[in-house]
Write a protein that binds this ligand. Structure first.
Ligand SMILES: [Zn+2]
Length: 89
């Protein structure tokens, strides 16, 4: 049995509320977990992304933050079914 590792595979995801060091406010975070990579979080207020608590370099684009927020929201909406079945059994 081989294991296929893909950047888009997610093992778990959740929404948390925490302090964001970038926008300096309490915010909601979209988090997903990947084996090998750990937790990846996106601040839904400013779009800053974190990997296991470390800042991720932000793409030098004026739309980068907005795109991060949009893709986080899309993931949460579209991929919940992908995660949940593991926990239902
Ligand atoms: Zn933020």
């Amino acid at each position: 049995m081989g294991s296929h590792i893909s950047l888009t595979r997610m093992d778990d995801m959740k929404i948390t509320r925490d302090y964001c060091p970038d926008c300096k406010k309490r915010s909601y975070f979209f988090n997903f977990y990947q084996e090998w990579y750990g937790w990846h979080s996106t601040c839904l207020r400013c779009g800053r992304q974190y990997a296991d608590g470390e800042w991720i370099h932000l793409e030098f684009s004026r739309f980068a933050r907005k795109q991060n927020i949009e893709s986080a929201r899309r993931c949460w909406r579209e991929r919940q079914d992908e995660i949940k079945p593991q926990y239902r059994q």
